[in-house]
Design a protein around this ligand. Structure first.
Ligand SMILES: *Cc1c(COP(=O)(O)O)cnc(C)c1O
Length: 405
């Protein structure tokens, strides 16, 4: 998997650095700091030591035979849900937190939607002793009060952003403004493979540990590579992380699963690669959900972590080159997989991950006994149980929906 060119483009013109003048120097300073750190073995040994002792890596792989049912391919979960704080996001915040420290920054800022990236950032801020300010839409602050409380427990300051729709894109705009105002002492930790160069590349390099571990684990346990690798795609960081381990193995098919909400052709969707078009959002050129006039559309997914109108530029490149294939799962399909995974494997998955599980199970059944399908279980679902319970109580459905599978 390649590094983007000097202007930050992956292959066919996706990526770049679309930032206002005031951020040009901050972006260059970040790129210089990143290059120096990436070339320094001491940086990587500190990163790997924290992943081992604090995050609990390597995360195991696990065969999920009851979830797949009989006669299908072998389906294997990569257990990112077992990481400290319950998802893959911590791999990235550990890396960027260490980079902030190395660059002498005395303050970290982050944007968050549902609060998962805010919690992962507050966690590494506490661990490294660097103060953290989190920007969050005021509506999200109300909806995600538990995560707001956890961030505060960890010592972070949470700012409720009042502008616009009072959600993630407004929080992101505010975080960029804050960075522009205080770039000399502030490090901005972005939560996915999105934003201006070098963020998409840098975040992929910090999440690549997932794919490198998984490749070695598959070879050790099965003596061969998987036939297919599947991951959900919001901004795209857990998918880029696991894909990166297999990108140079042409026999391995890569599948990204977007959230189509109420359906790909519905107004209520979040599938940028499948239902969007090319444009610029948050500093880079990629696919996004926009109106014909170029206004960013409101998105919908049952899972907050996939409810984003854009997608990382490297995914746009992998789609254009044909190296990866992007499919989608609806809210209902994700819910069915959420229940089935809980009932058959004893794991309550994150709703984000349930989108990947839904497609992986379909694929495993298609592939037949010779298939070996690896799916990234990006996070655990404790955070989602209340939402699912309330939703199903309201629609009169019972908790044992898995029978519908
Ligand atoms: C945030 C989140 C995602 C979506 O983010 P990506 O950058 O697309 O990986 C997926 N799964 C979980 C558990 C998350 O918390």
């Amino acid at each position: 998997m390649q590094r983007p060119d000097a202007r930050g483009y992956f292959g066919s013109g996706f990526g770049g650095k679309f930032v206002p003048e005031v951020l040009v120097e901050a972006i260059s300073e970040l790129e210089r700091g990143m290059d120096a750190a990436f070339a320094d073995p001491a940086f990587w040994s500190e990163y790997h030591a924290i992943l081992r002792d604090f995050v609990g890596r390597p995360s195991p792989i696990m065969e999920a035979s009851r979830f797949t049912g009989s006669d299908g391919a072998t389906l294997v979960f990569k257990r990112e849900d077992l990481n400290h704080t319950g998802a893959h996001k911590i791999n990235n915040t550990v890396g960027q937190g260490l980079l902030a420290k190395r660059m002498g920054k005395t303050r970290i800022i982050a944007e968050t939607g549902a609060g998962q990236h805010g919690v992962a950032t507050a966690t590494i801020g506490a661990k490294l002793g660097i103060p953290v300010d989190v920007y969050m839409g005021a509506l999200d602050v109300e909806r995600q009060s538990l995560n707001v409380y956890v961030m505060r427990l960890l010592g972070a300051t949470v700012h409720a952003v009042q502008g616009g729709t009072r959600t993630l894109k407004d929080a992101t705009n505010e975080a960029f403004r804050e960075w522009a105002a205080r770039a000399p002492d502030t490090f901005y930790i972005i939560g996915s493979v999105v934003g201006a160069h070098p963020y998409p590349y840098m975040v992929r390099e910090f999440q690549k540990v997932i794919g490198i571990e998984a490749r070695a684990q598959m070879l050790e346990r099965y003596g061969r590579l998987p036939t297919d690798v599947v991951a959900c795609v919001g901004g795209g960081s857990n998918a880029m992380g696991i894909f990166a381990g297999f990108a140079d193995d042409p026999s391995v098919r890569l599948w990204g699963v977007e959230a189509s909400g109420h359906g790909l052709h519905a107004v209520d969707t979040a599938a940028s690669l499948n239902a969007g078009s090319i444009g610029v959002l948050h500093g880079s050129r990629s696919y996004l959900l926009q109106t014909p006039e170029g206004q960013v559309r409101n998105t919908h997914s049952i899972s907050a972590g996939l409810d984003y109108p854009g997608v990382g530029p490297e995914h746009a490149h992998l789609k254009a080159s044909g190296r990866a294939t992007y499919v989608s799962a609806t809210d209902d399909e994700a819910l069915a997989a959420f229940h089935a995974c809980a009932e058959t494997e004893g794991i309550v998955p994150a709703l984000e991950s349930a989108h990947a599980l839904s497609y992986a199970r379909t694929l495993a059944r298609e592939r037949g006994p010779d298939g070996l399908v690896l799916v990234n279980l990006s996070g655990r679902g404790d955070k989602d149980t209340r939402q699912v319970g309330e939703l199903e109580a309201a629609s009169g459905r019972s908790a044992t929906l898995a029978g519908a599978r």
